[in-house]
Write a new protein. Structure first.
Length: 295
């Protein structure tokens, strides 16, 4: 079994016979997986090779977009349009039906954003994204260049298009996801190795930030990508693999991965397959509890 059990309830959530399978390998730095339900394929970013790739059992690995401007996080909006964070340009972009890219965010108060990293779309159409500095300070996942902003924040793009800074006290904000009822927003902080949770206000702002849980362990890995399953359990990358938390922030156990994980996405028709990006490879694992799509 490819699991580390920390609480007996863990196997009730993920199952007992968990086996992580390598789907494809040979990439540079994988990130940002998302399930394309229209084409029944998984899409992910290969930042080092400036590439967005896709995979399906029928077609294997193919190119989705190249160059990608070092795209990292990806998600879909309610209209089925792909929204991506670009490390190389400090932009959040949306792919239109004809393949053209619309820039949704690139600057804050006249200064370039750091390097938008991960992104999630709320049911009302608002887009929330994290903006750490990784794409400006690391050559493998971005383009080294001076920082324009003195902080690392999380932002909201209103359905009207206006940009709002929500919080700026993170060391490096990274993965984010909403609770099932969208009344809370989870955001992790990679260097601090913890997950914070905020209350979502009626106007879309967030408040009352507090630590929800921590990823612990001696293996390589830290908080990065993050998702919820259909029962509200939170899955977050961390030391050794994917850490699974209950509703109270207690870690039930870890789905162990052969390489340091970066992100994950639910996929397949029953949403019981978790696709995991991990450094040079794409993995998948069948779990007992189904996942959820947010679009």
């Amino acid at each position: 079994m490819d699991i580390e059990i920390r609480d007996a309830a863990f196997t009730d959530v993920v199952g007992a016979g968990v086996k992580v399978e390598q789907v494809a390998t040979g990439f540079g730095f994988t990130e940002g997986p998302v399930w394309d339900k229209a084409r029944r394929q998984v899409i992910w970013s290969d930042m080092k090779h400036d590439h967005v790739r896709c995979w399906s059992p029928e077609r294997g690995v193919q190119t989705y977009r190249q160059p990608s401007d070092k795209a990292n996080g990806n998600t879909y909006d309610a209209q089925g349009r792909l929204v991506s964070c670009e490390h190389g340009t400090s932009r959040v972009v949306r792919e239109e039906r004809d393949g053209a890219l619309t820039v949704l965010a690139s600057h804050w108060e006249g200064k370039e954003l750091n390097s938008p990293n991960d992104v999630v779309v709320k049911s009302d159409g608002a887009i929330y994204f994290s903006d750490p500095t990784f794409g400006r300070i690391r050559e493998d996942v971005g383009i080294p260049r001076p920082l324009m902003l003195p902080f690392r924040g999380v932002y909201r793009i209103d359905p009207s298009g206006s940009l709002r800074l929500l919080v700026d006290d993170f060391e490096q904000p990274n993965g984010l996801c909403f609770s099932l009822d969208e009344k809370r927003l989870f955001i992790n902080d990679t260097p601090r190795k913890h997950i914070r949770v905020f209350d979502v206000q009626p106007d879309g702002a967030i408040a009352n930030g507090r630590v929800f849980g921590e990823t612990t362990g001696d293996a390589p890995g830290a908080p990065d990508g993050m998702k919820l399953d259909s029962a509200g359990h939170l899955y977050c990358t961390g030391p050794g693999g994917i850490h699974v938390f209950d509703h109270g922030g207690h870690c039930l156990g870890v789905v162990l991965t052969p390489e340091r994980p970066t992100n994950m996405a639910w996929g397949d028709d029953d949403l019981r397959t978790l696709y995991i990006t991990a450094q040079t490879s794409l993995y998948r694992v069948r779990l007992k509890t189904a996942g959820r799509l947010t679009y």
